[in-house]
Design a protein. Structure first.
Length: 274
C-alpha cells in the first residue's frame, strides 16, 4: 500500500484525450460517444475514482475493442506506457497490498462494467499478481461501501502508517494477521480495513511472515543476550520504512515484532531449540 506519482513512474505526461482522439478511426468512434467517454473520465478524476460513478454501458463491440487495445499496449496506438507500469521496479513493493513484488497492471475501476476507462492512465496501477487475482472485479464493484485506496489520489492516507502485523502464539508456530494501526479516524480506519481485507492474500502473507520469523530465530540463536536481540529487531523496525516504505509487509512485520517485548523474550529463551 503506497501512494504513487504517475508521471514520475512513466517518465512523461500521458495525454489520455489525445490518445482517444488518435483512436477514433480504429474504434469507429462517433464524436458523441467520444464526448461521453471523455466527460466520464473527467468525472472519474474529479471524484477520485469513486465507485459511485455510473458506467456508460458501452456497446459490447466497443468495450471489447478498448479491452483489446489495453491488452495490446501498442506503441502505434500511444499505449506503450502501460508496459512501463507493468515492469517498473521503482516502488519496492506492491502499491495495493504491500508485498515485495509488482508485475501486473490493475484497473482500479474494473473493465466490467467501466469499459470506458480501459486505457485511461489514472485508472491503471502496478500491482502484484496475488492481490490482483484476489480482488477480481468484486473489490471495486458499483455496490461496495468503500472503494479501495487509490495510489494516485489517496496520498494523504497512504503516506501514513496504516497496518501492523499482529503476531499471536503459541510462538513455536505463530499466526500472523494484518491489523489496522490504532489512532486512525473511524472513517479512515474503515477504508483501510476494507482495503486490507480485499487486497492481502492471507496465505501469501503467512508465508512471508513465516520466512521473516525464521530469520529472527537465527538472529536469536546468534545473539549474545536478549538486549542484543532486541536491538537488532528495533533496528529492523526502524529501517524498514526507509527501505520499503511505511506500509510494506516488512515494515508491518518488524513493527509488530518490536511492539511486543514478550515475543523477543520468547525468541531469546528458546534460541537453542531452533
Amino acid at each position: 500500500m503506497r501512494a504513487i506519482d504517475f508521471r514520475q513512474m512513466v517518465g512523461t505526461k500521458v495525454d489520455d484525450a489525445a490518445i482517444l482522439s488518435g483512436l477514433e478511426n480504429v474504434l469507429g468512434l462517433h464524436w458523441k460517444s467520444k464526448a461521453r467517454i471523455l466527460a466520464a473520465y473527467k468525472s472519474y478524476k474529479r471524484r477520485r475514482g469513486s465507485t459511485a460513478l455510473t458506467a456508460l454501458n458501452l456497446s459490447p463491440s466497443l468495450a471489447e475493442q478498448l479491452s483489446d487495445l489495453y491488452s495490446g499496449k501498442a506503441a502505434k496506438h500511444g499505449l506503450s506506457w502501460i508496459k512501463v507500469i507493468a515492469s517498473t521496479a521503482d516502488f519496492g513493493y506492491c502499491p495495493m497490498c504491500g508485498s515485495e513484488t509488482h508485475k501486473t497492471v490493475e484497473h482500479l475501476l474494473p473493465r466490467k462494467p467501466w469499459a470506458e476507462f480501459s486505457i485511461f492512465s489514472l485508472n491503471l496501477i502496478p500491482s502484484c499478481g496475488n492481490c490482483n487475482s484476489k480482488r477480481g472485479n468484486h473489490a471495486n464493484s458499483p455496490t461496495v461501501k468503500h472503494r479501495l485506496l487509490h495510489p494516485y489520489f489517496d496520498s494523504s492516507i497512504l503516506s501514513k502508517r496504516l497496518h501492523i502485523t499482529k503476531i499471536s502464539g503459541p510462538y513455536a508456530a505463530p499466526k500472523y494477521e494484518p491489523a489496522v494501526v490504532s489512532g486512525l479516524a473511524p472513517r479512515t480506519r474503515a477504508k483501510v480495513l476494507n482495503h486490507i481485507r480485499k487486497n492481502i492474500d492471507l496465505i501469501v502473507y503467512q508465508q512471508y511472515c513465516t520466512n521473516r520469523w525464521s530469520e529472527m530465530q537465527m538472529e536469536a540463536k546468534a545473539a549474545g543476550d536478549e538486549a542484543a536481540l532486541k536491538k537488532r529487531i528495533d533496528f529492523n523496525a526502524t529501517t524498514a520504512p526507509q527501505i520499503s516504505g511505511p506500509n510494506s509487509w516488512r515494515t508491518a512485520f518488524f513493527s509488530g515484532l518490536a511492539s511486543d517485548p514478550s515475543i523477543v523474550s520468547w525468541l531469546f529463551a528458546n534460541r537453542h531449540a531452533f
